[in-house]
Write a new protein. Structure first.
Length: 676
């Protein structure tokens, strides 16, 4: 036998498939300040009652809910999908939910209108029901609404209990006089009825009653859904990576900051700036023996001068660093620091907290490895240490230390080799007081882990873009990032190169390959980056088949300056990105047919702005094709476009458009659709 029903009346309204919801609300979806969150759900109930629904939302500092109206998307075909939206205006953790109820007076109005359309006039019972609903609303109405409700009540109460056409005739039914009197009386009564019906079916009255009535049968989602709102830089930003020691330390970086800002970069990313260990220090090209003047790898963190909270004395002082960060802030450039959880053999933690490190049974320390790569100069911390709470806290303290010195962006080295619960805890701890901090996950690993890191809180993520070089690979990968659901939480950063990654495409393609990859990175993804040397088209590997640079800057100091031949194109692309909102989003992309696999074409659209990009991915030969604009894009049949890279103007049309690109002339078009 089923158990007896509880005293609580079961809900009759159903709210199903709320979106966006990440893993049923386990993790937060992501947006940035100024975005609009579109919320939808299936909302329905038995019967014919009129339903109402709202999106409830609450910001990080709000004490109560704010509501936005939801509407049926497909009301004309009797569908049950409802949508609503709200704008997010501050960084931090938001909550949102859905509330739905039925509206008795709107249901009554709907029933009355349907009966009137069917020609029914014996509506005394219905009118009495309406009067009761109005009386109930009247008690809770404010002054202006109360007056409107009282007027409607007056009309309803003035109606006769039985409609005119059912009244018994006063004269012989067959006489001409009786028929005329009956028709006149019916017209008079009908006119009175129409006035009453008009009074109670007015939209203004419906709104007044809704404002004045309790929400009948109210239901909400079982739990609010989480939303993480980040700074705009988490979604849209241009990154430049450099080694401070190759630019003359913090003072030298400060001197080139105006040029970095002029080039249009939003973020200046610095590899580790901490003291470098001496023991097991690496020499040039990752050799195991370092000479007396070899500086070592910045990722071998820690020496006698300090660990993760110290700066390398050759770069300057902490005061010099603060001055550099302040100058960058004045110029609109955010400084990002590398956060690498690893230590050299000389790091103070090895003597202060030996329990935080892996030791073999013979007592020796276990250095880091990622076969075939070996990192004899660094040691990973042991997250299985019995003293793990103190280790976690020490690492959080490192991040908060640099936040206190003006750093709001961290590129996190190899986060996939650390526990997910640790990252969830650390990022939440940082965001609790600093919701505008951005964490970039540098993880090239299994897709499930990369997605999980984004879910637990990383605001931005590295991608496989560097290894996607064919038209099919790029189309498939970007479509996955933009349209598979990942767009709700995974923000890609398309770095065209890194100190660790010099792809074979760049090694063999020369300057045309660099130009093509630069345009692709800057226009496919709202966030992209380059590592210093890209603008010089540096493309020599340490040996054939390797993605490591010959004479890598990771192990020696270069004499760098911002004067490479690609800088004009870089500045142009960054300006184009800032001027065209369509390029500042990911999920608005549509790939186009080109009838040539050596060409890739796509369009991005936002309200009032559309950009068409065509790029040749063949750095060696000229390529021709036909970029096909489908009518579904909603563009005019013929539209003028301007190539933002050189100012040339063309006429494009729905259908096939001829394109010719190649290394001798140009590798790409970036076409803005001009307003008529």
């Amino acid at each position: 036998m089923p158990p007896p029903p509880s005293d609580r009346r079961p809900a009759r309204i159903q709210i199903e498939r709320p979106e966006p919801a990440l893993d049923c609300g386990r993790y937060a979806v992501k947006r940035s300040v100024g975005d609009t969150l579109e919320v939808s759900a299936d909302i329905f109930r038995d019967g014919h009652e009129v339903l109402r629904a709202v999106v409830r939302h609450r910001g990080p500092e709000a004490s109560g809910w704010t509501e936005s109206t939801m509407a049926r998307v497909d009301a004309s075909v009797g569908g049950d999908r409802w949508t609503g939206s709200f704008e997010v205006t501050a960084c931090g953790r938001w909550s949102y939910s859905i509330a739905a109820w039925h509206d008795p007076f709107a249901s009554w109005c709907d029933e009355l209108a349907r009966k009137l359309r069917a020609g029914q006039r014996d509506l005394a019972g219905e009118l009495s029901e309406g009067a009761v609903l109005l009386e109930q609303a009247q008690t809770g109405a404010r002054d202006d609404d109360r007056e409107l409700i009282e007027q409607a009540l007056t009309f309803l109460r003035s109606l006769p209990p039985v409609a005119a056409e059912t009244t018994a005739p006063a004269t012989a039914p067959g006489s001409r006089r009786s028929r005329g009197r009956r028709a006149l009386k019916a017209r008079s009564a009908a006119g009175h009825d129409e006035a009453a019906y008009a009074a109670v079916l007015r939209p203004e009255l419906l709104a007044a009653v809704e404002r004045s009535s309790a929400r009948a049968g109210l239901v909400t989602l079982p739990e609010p859904l989480p939303l993480e709102v980040d700074p705009v830089l988490a979604r849209f930003s241009s990154w430049y990576e450099l080694f401070p020691r190759s630019f003359g330390g913090f003072a030298g970086v400060e001197r080139v900051l105006p040029e970095i800002a002029r080039l249009g970069f939003d973020v200046l990313y610095l590899p580790p700036i901490h003291p470098i260990g001496v023991k097991n220090r690496k020499g040039p090209n990752n050799s195991l023996v370092a000479g007396p003047d070899d500086p070592g790898s910045p990722w071998a963190i820690g020496a006698a001068e300090g660990g993760h909270s110290a700066v390398h004395p050759d770069l300057g002082t902490l005061e010099d660093f603060d001055r550099m960060v302040a100058r960058a802030d004045e110029l609109g450039v955010a400084v990002a620091l590398d956060f690498a959880i690893q230590c050299s053999a000389d790091h103070p933690w090895l003597s202060e907290h030996p329990e935080w490190f892996h030791r073999r049974p013979d007592g020796t320390l276990k250095y880091a490895e990622n076969p075939p790569k070996r990192y004899q100069d660094i040691y990973n911390v042991n997250f299985d240490s019995d003293d793990w709470p103190a280790l976690w806290q020490a690492l959080l303290d490192v991040v908060l230390h640099w936040v206190s010195h003006g750093v709001k962006i961290f590129r996190v080295d190899n986060p996939h080799t650390k526990p997910l619960p640790f990252w969830q805890w650390l990022i939440a701890g940082v965001h609790r007081h600093h919701p505008d901090v951005i964490m970039l996950a540098e993880a090239f690993t299994r897709t499930t882990m990369m997605r999980a890191l984004a879910k637990v809180g990383f605001n931005q993520s590295y991608t496989y873009f560097t290894w996607k070089n064919s038209r099919a690979e790029l189309t498939e990968y970007v479509t996955e990032l933009a349209c598979s659901g990942m767009q709700e939480y995974y923000r890609p950063n398309f770095f065209a190169n890194t100190p660790d990654i010099l792809h074979a495409y760049l090694q063999h393609g020369g300057r045309p390959a660099f130009e093509a990859r630069l345009v692709l990175a800057a226009t496919l993804s709202p966030a992209y980056g380059i590592y210093s040397g890209f603008e010089h088209c540096e493309n020599v590997p340490v040996h054939t088949g390797s993605e490591e640079y010959l004479d890598s800057e990771k192990y020696e100091i270069k004499q760098r300056s911002l004067d490479g031949p690609l800088l004009p194109l870089i500045a142009s692309l960054n300006a184009i990105r800032r001027a065209n909102p369509a390029l500042q989003r990911l999920d608005n992309i549509t790939f186009l047919e080109t009838e040539n696999d050596a060409l890739i074409a796509y369009t991005k659209r936002s309200p009032g702005n559309a950009v068409i990009c065509v790029v040749s991915i063949d750095p060696d030969r000229e390529q021709q094709g036909l970029a096909v604009l489908p009518a579904s894009l909603g563009l005019p049949p013929v539209c003028a476009v301007t190539d933002l890279l050189d100012g040339e103007r063309y006429d494009w049309r729905i259908g096939r458009n001829y394109v010719r690109l190649g290394p001798r002339e140009r590798m790409a078009h970036v076409l803005r659709v001009d307003a008529p």
